[in-house]
Design a protein around this ligand. Sequence first.
Ligand SMILES: [Zn+2]
Length: 241
Amino acid sequence: MRIVVISRRRLFLVLMFLLTVGGSLTITLSSLTTPSLVRAPGTYYMANTQEKVIALTFDDGPDPIDTPAVLNILKEKNVRATFFVLGKAAHDNPDLLKRLVIEGHEIGNHSFNHDYQQRRLVEEIIKTDQEVFATTGAHTYFYRPPGGFVSKIQLETVKNNGHIVALWSVDSKDWRNPGVKQIVDNVIKNAFPGAIILMHDGGYQRIQTVKALGPIIDALRDHGYRLATLSELKMLDSEIK
Ligand SMILES: [Zn+2]
């Protein structure tokens, strides 16, 4: 599905739709990560490289149950990934935030409250960055907007505040909980050199994600890929942006 860099009016309509659906199904908005194959100009969604390198990214954590499960697998497989944390979840789970850094993972900024409308865009980015810095001593460099929604104005605003909008090129669709095999297939069948994979370690039950992670790493390696953080992947980008 292809969305993103959309007009304010369209963004509003989409959000109204999400609110309606969210309300009628009585599920929280944070579990409604909106899919989008995001190849939006001015955003970082892949690296332009021939090298078989790929980046795993995890959104919506840290979560007290699923993040440790994800981290254990990454440690066992010796993989470093990027975690787009929510400021609120980071505040509630400082030890997990520290563990992310200690184990060599990169921390990205996913806003504070996961507000799809991003009414306090700058405030939420700064607040999350401060939370991460206070706990780990590291600043966030990449910002991933909730649901991948970003208008041109928001894109400029984020840039002016020193962050790069980082989206993704392969959606595992784990947010749908479609079954472990489907999640693995969604990644492996769409993987390509320089791709950024979207997964989740929080926001909702992520048992399927946890079960799919090991097979995904093994299959990517069988296909000749090595795994990297977003910063490492970006260094291979031959395109000057
Ligand atoms: Zn999210």
